[in-house]
Design a protein around this ligand. Structure first.
Ligand code: SF4
Ligand code: SF4
Length: 57
């Protein structure tokens, strides 16, 4: 399942990458947050920290 990232909303600030406890998030070649679905434990921390609400669980 993992999280869904709205690529049009993400600003590439990187806050979610820093917040993720399982290192499931990273910025891709375009500087947009992307998730490794296998690593995501669905904790919701990235959803809470995103300033533009680009992530949903
Ligand atoms: S829900 Fe938790 S584990 Fe999954 S990507 Fe977000 S911060 Fe990482
Ligand atoms: S916190 Fe939100 S805006 Fe910032 S990189 Fe993550 S998804 Fe993009």
């Amino acid at each position: 399942m993992a999280v869904i990232i709205d690529r049009d909303e993400c600003t590439g600030c990187g806050l979610c990458v820093d917040e993720c406890p399982s290192e499931a998030l990273s910025l891709d070649a375009e500087g947009i947050s992307t998730v490794d679905a296998d690593a995501c434990v669905e904790c919701g921390a990235c959803v809470d920290v995103c300033p533009v609400a680009a992530i949903t669980l």
